[in-house]
Design a binder for this molecule. Structure first.
Ligand SMILES: Cc1cc2nc3c(=O)[nH]c(=O)nc-3n(C[C@H](O)[C@H](O)[C@H](O)COP(=O)(O)OP(=O)(O)OC[C@H]3O[C@@H](n4cnc5c(N)ncnc54)[C@H](O)[C@@H]3O)c2cc1C
Length: 525
C-alpha cells in the first residue's frame, strides 16, 4: 500500500530557492521539502563566484539594473529587474541572519563585505564566501531547515508529476528511490524549485539531477514556458579527462585572468573591446569559434601572473581542485572549454512566482521571471532564487488561511507495469539526447541542425512514452522523460526565433530583429 502525505505546502527542491521559501513560511505552516538525493545535491551547492547585490556605497540600484538589462539583450522585464535588484541588500541581510559568512574586506572582523567584479557588471558588487559561496549558502540554509519543527524533509524522492483537479494544483506523485514505490503528496500549495535543465547537453557544469523536471511537470500540467532557447554556456569548465564538470569561476577573469590559445596568444580583444570581461555568451562564442578554427580541444585561462598568495586565499577551491589534476594555477595556465551552465527560460511566472496553474508556484532556475532576458548576467541567479523565495513565501502566507484543502486523489496505479528488463534503452537514449543537443542545439545554431534535433527529440519521446507505459518508473527513466520533453521545448523555442539575440546565435539569422519579443509556448489543452 503506497504512502499518502498531507501538508500545507509541498516544495519540490532543496536548493537556495526551495529552502529559502521553506524557511520564510509561517512557523505553524506544515511544509514538506523534497530532494532527489542529499539536500545539497543541486546546483546551489556548487555556485562559486557569489551573489550580485547593491552593497557598495559607490554602487546604485540603477547601475545594477542597467547592467542586467544590457546583458539581457532587450528581453529583460524592467519591472522585474527593478524588483529583484531593489531587494538585493535585504536578502543579503536575511542570509547573514541565517548564518552565511560572506567574506569581509578586513577578515579580522571588519563590517564591509569584500566584493568581486564579474563579466557584465560595471561595479564590484558580487558578495561571496571565498570561491565556495554556494556551499556556504546551502550549508547555512540546510542547518536552519533541519532545526525547524514545521518542515519535514524527504530526501531520495523524485517528483513524477503534479496532481491537478478543478483547475488547481493539489500535490504530486513522488517516487521513493529507496523502496521504488510512488507516493501521493497532497498540499494546498505546491512550489517547483527543481533547478535548471543543463543536463540536456553532453558537457555541463551542472550536477546530476539538473534534468528540467519542474519545467516538464509544469508543462504537462498545462503551464506556459518561455525563452528556453536561451541556455547559457559557461565559457570556462576545466578540461581534463578525469574532471567531471568542474567550473573555473568567472571571478578569475574578473581578477585579471587572460584567455590564451594553445600557442600562448590572447584572442578576446578580437571579439569584444571588454576583452576577457565581456559577457559570458560573447566569451563562450569566441572560445567555440577559436577552438573550431584552430582544431584545438581547449583554450587556456592564465592567472599565473597574479601573486600566488592572492590566488590561494581568494580561490582556494579552484586552486586545490586543479592541483588534484596536476595543474598549479599559480604557475601555469588552466585548460578550459565551454559547457552548458544555466537555463534562462522556464515556467512563466509573475512577481510572486505564481504559474498559470492556481496554487502552483515556480521559483529559482526552473522559472522564467523576466530577470535574465536573453542572457543572464553572472551572479544574478542566486539573487533571483532568494528574492522570489521571499515573494512566494509572502504570497502563500497571505493566501493560506483561505486556501481550499486538496480533494481526494487516486493512488499511483502500477497494475499494468512490470520491472524493466532492458535498461540499456534508457542509457542509450540519455547519451543520444545529450549528444545531439550539444552538436545541433549548442553555442552556434542553424535551421537545418535545429530541424534535425527536433525530429530526434520527437522520436525519442515516442520511444520513452512506450517504455514509460510498460515499465515501473526509476530515477533515470523519469529524468530522461523530462529531459527529452524539455529538449523539444528548447528546440521549438530556438526554431521560432528568427534572429540572433543574447545566448541564441544562429548562422541563418546572424542579426537581431528590430523588436525584441519573448518566445512563449502554450501547451495544447
Ligand atoms: C558550478 C556552478 C556554479 C555556479 N555559480 C553561480 C554563482 O557564482 N552565482 C550565481 O548567482 N549562480 C551560480 N550558478 C547558478 C546557480 O547556482 C543556480 O542557478 C541556483 O543555485 C539554482 O538554485 P535552485 O534552488 O533553483 O536549484 P538547485 O540548487 O539546482 O536545486 C534543485 C533542487 O531540486 C531537486 N529536484 C530536482 N528535480 C526534482 C524532482 N523531480 N523531485 C524532487 N526534487 C527534485 C534537486 O534534488 C535539488 O534539491 C552556478 C551554477 C553551477 C552549476
Amino acid at each position: 500500500m503506497s504512502q499518502h502525505h498531507q501538508h500545507d505546502v509541498l516544495i519540490i527542491g532543496s536548493g537556495a530557492a526551495g529552502l529559502a521559501l521553506a524557511l520564510q513560511l509561517p512557523a505553524d505552516c506544515r511544509v514538506a521539502v523534497l530532494s532527489k538525493g542529499e539536500l545539497t545535491q543541486g546546483s546551489t551547492f556548487w555556485a562559486q563566484g557569489g551573489m550580485a547585490a547593491v552593497l557598495d556605497e559607490d554602487d546604485t540600484v540603477e547601475s545594477h539594473v542597467t547592467d542586467t538589462i544590457t546583458a539581457g539583450a532587450g528581453l529583460c522585464r524592467p519591472e522585474v529587474v527593478e524588483y529583484v535588484v531593489g531587494h538585493s541588500s535585504g536578502v543579503v541581510d536575511w542570509l547573514v541572519q541565517q548564518g552565511v559568512n560572506f567574506d569581509r574586506r578586513d577578515q579580522r572582523g571588519g563590517k564591509e563585505f569584500h566584493l568581486t567584479m564579474e563579466g557584465g557588471h560595471s561595479q564590484r558588487r558580487v558578495i561571496h564566501a571565498a570561491d565556495a559561496t554556494g556551499r556556504a549558502i546551502s550549508s547555512a540554509l540546510v542547518k536552519q531547515t533541519l532545526a525547524r519543527d514545521n518542515i519535514e524533509i524527504f530526501t531520495d524522492r523524485v517528483a513524477v508529476d503534479l496532481v491537478t483537479a478543478e483547475g488547481r494544483c493539489q500535490g504530486a506523485y513522488v517516487l521513493d528511490r529507496a523502496s521504488g514505490s510512488v507516493e501521493l503528496f497532497q498540499a494546498r500549495f505546491v512550489a517547483l524549485a527543481t533547478g535548471g535543465a543543463s543536463k540536456a547537453y553532453l558537457y555541463t557544469s551542472n550536477p546530476d539531477g539538473a534534468s528540467g523536471d519542474g519545467i516538464a511537470m509544469a508543462w504537462r500540467a498545462g503551464c506556459r514556458v518561455s525563452n528556453l532557447e536561451f541556455n547559457q554556456f559557461h565559457p570556462t569548465c576545466l578540461y581534463h579527462p578525469r574532471a567531471k564538470s568542474f567550473l573555473i569561476t568567472e571571478a578569475l577573469r574578473g581578477e585579471g585572468g587572460h584567455l590564451l590559445l594553445p600557442d600562448g596568444s590572447r584572442f578576446m580583444h578580437k571579439f569584444d573591446d571588454r576583452g576577457e570581461l565581456a559577457p559570458r555568451d560573447v566569451v563562450a562564442r569566441a572560445i567555440d569559434h577559436e577552438m573550431k578554427r584552430t582544431g584545438s580541444d581547449c583554450v587556456y585561462l592564465d592567472v599565473s601572473h597574479q601573486p600566488a598568495r592572492f590566488l590561494q586565499s581568494h580561490f582556494p577551491t579552484v586552486h586545490r581542485r586543479c592541483l588534484d589534476f596536476g595543474i598549479d594555477i599559480t604557475r601555469e595556465p588552466i585548460p578550459v572549454v565551454p559547457a552548458a551552465h544555466y537555463t534562462c527560460g522556464g515556467v512563466v511566472v509573475n512577481l510572486q512566482g505564481q504559474t498559470d496553474l492556481a496554487q502552483l508556484y515556480a521559483i529559482g532556475e526552473t522559472a522564467c521571471t523576466g530577470l535574465h532576458g536573453a542572457n543572464r548576467m553572472a551572479s544574478n541567479s542566486l539573487l533571483e532564487c532568494l528574492v522570489y523565495a521571499q515573494s512566494a513565501a509572502a504570497d502563500i502566507s497571505a493566501l493560506l488561511p483561505q486556501a481550499v484543502a486538496p480533494l481526494a486523489a487516486p493512488g499511483w496505479d502500477e497494475s499494468q507495469v512490470t520491472d524493466s528488463d532492458e535498461d540499456v534503452v534508457i542509457s542509450h537514449n540519455w547519451d543520444e539526447l545529450r549528444r545531439f543537443m550539444w552538436d545541433y542545439v549548442g553555442i552556434v545554431r542553424t535551421n537545418k541542425r535545429l530541424e534535425r534535433a527536433l525530429h530526434r527529440a520527437q522520436l525519442l519521446q515516442e520511444e520513452i512514452k512506450e517504455y514509460y507505459s510498460n515499465y515501473k518508473v526509476s530515477n533515470d527513466l523519469l529524468e530522461l522523460r523530462n529531459l527529452a520533453m524539455v529538449a523539444e521545448l528548447m528546440i521549438r523555442c530556438a526554431i521560432s526565433r528568427k534572429e540572433s539575440r543574447g545566448l541564441h546565435y544562429t548562422l541563418d539569422y546572424p542579426e537581431s530583429a528590430a523588436e525584441a519579443q519573448d518566445t512563449v509556448l502554450t501547451p495544447a489543452p
